[in-house]
Write a protein that binds this ligand. Structure first.
Ligand SMILES: *[C@@H]1O[C@H](CO)[C@@H](O)[C@H](O)[C@H]1NC(C)=O
Ligand SMILES: *[C@@H]1O[C@H](CO)[C@@H](O)[C@H](O)[C@H]1NC(C)=O
Ligand SMILES: *[C@@H]1O[C@H](CO)[C@@H](O)[C@H](O)[C@H]1NC(C)=O
Ligand SMILES: *[C@@H]1O[C@H](CO)[C@@H](O)[C@H](O)[C@H]1NC(C)=O
Ligand SMILES: *[C@@H]1O[C@H](CO)[C@@H](O)[C@H](O)[C@H]1NC(C)=O
Ligand SMILES: *[C@@H]1O[C@H](CO)[C@@H](O)[C@H](O)[C@H]1NC(C)=O
Length: 221
């Protein structure tokens, strides 16, 4: 067992350094461009939006690392730009284990005042290899319908051994403010409001300044 675990750790980061957004449907994935924000090189909105429940839904990822930091952001509108991903759906967390990783019930903040038919783009950011971020987006239309149990089960699976080791970490996975040792002066101690000022994507996490050891070493400021 120990031998197997060590083999995975040794091999996977070399073989493939990325992740896939499996649900909602991703705009696309290109290994060469995945490190470019906001959507890993896919700048055009998909013509095929996934219907995402306003009451919350799963985010299904396929992890190719054995360890990653992950955060999920949201931009409202039909064709958001990089600056529009100001709503934090899932603050930075640390995850272990390759393959299927589902964030079970990701809530859409109720104070956004959005209703069925509103469009948005969900952005998943993980830490890069070794620095910066990796980006993928899924374009959605919010709906009042919940996922059926079978749809939920199809879109939310965790592989054996996949687990969250830390939640609500300070900073974003791409390393700008990670580690908790660089106070986020620019976004200040923004209140825990889902509609905080633009640029405050890392809001609400500063009160959980946890020891983000490990990958934080790659932040160079
Ligand atoms: C559009 O989305 C549906 C449902 O997610 C999927 O089954 C289908 O393959 C997608 N079509 C295209 C052209 O991406
Ligand atoms: C998968 O794990 C995540 C994080 O621990 C959890 O939120 C989710 O509910 C799990 N999903 C299933 C289907 O077990
Ligand atoms: C949401 O609607 C309420 C009541 O109409 C309003 O007070 C509030 O400012 C709105 N919030 C946003 C983010 O638009
Ligand atoms: C949402 O996007 C679709 C195209 O994907 C478009 O037809 C529709 O009008 C948009 N909805 C709104 C409210 O703008
Ligand atoms: C990290 O992500 C944020 C939000 O997407 C972005 O503003 C910032 O430029 C990124 N930093 C790096 C180093 O890529
Ligand atoms: C992270 O924050 C959420 C939302 O405030 C909270 O429900 C959860 O308990 C927190 N998790 C930890 C480990 O503090």
């Amino acid at each position: 067992m120990l031998f197997n675990t060590l083999s995975l750790v040794a091999v996977l980061p070399l073989a493939s350094a990325h992740f896939l957004l499996s649900w909602p449907d991703r705009r696309g994935f290109d290994d060469e461009k995945a490190s470019g924000g906001p959507c890993g090189g896919f700048d055009s909105v998909s013509s095929n939006r996934t219907e995402f429940p306003l009451s919350g839904g799963p985010i299904q990822l396929d992890m190719h690392h054995t360890q990653a930091r992950v955060a999920v952001y949201l931009a409202l509108g039909n064709d958001p730009t990089a600056d529009d991903f100001t709503i934090t759906l899932v603050p930075t967390l640390s995850e272990e284990g390759p393959s299927n990783f589902c964030l079970g019930s990701v809530n859409i903040p109720s104070n956004l005042n959005i209703s069925a038919g509103t469009n948005g783009t969900i952005q998943v950011v993980t830490n890069g290899d070794p620095s910066g971020g990796l980006y993928q987006c899924g374009d959605v239309t919010f709906v009042n319908t919940k996922l059926s149990e079978s749809d939920y089960n199809n879109h939310c699976q965790n592989s054996t051994g996949v687990k969250v080791t830390q939640e609500n970490m300070s900073g974003q996975p791409n390393g700008t403010t990670s580690g908790g040792d660089t106070p986020s002066q620019s976004s200040g101690g923004a209140a825990a409001s889902a509609t905080a000022a633009p640029g405050a994507a890392a809001h609400a996490t500063s009160s959980w300044v946890l020891g983000a050891v490990g990958m934080a070493a790659f932040a160079f400021l």
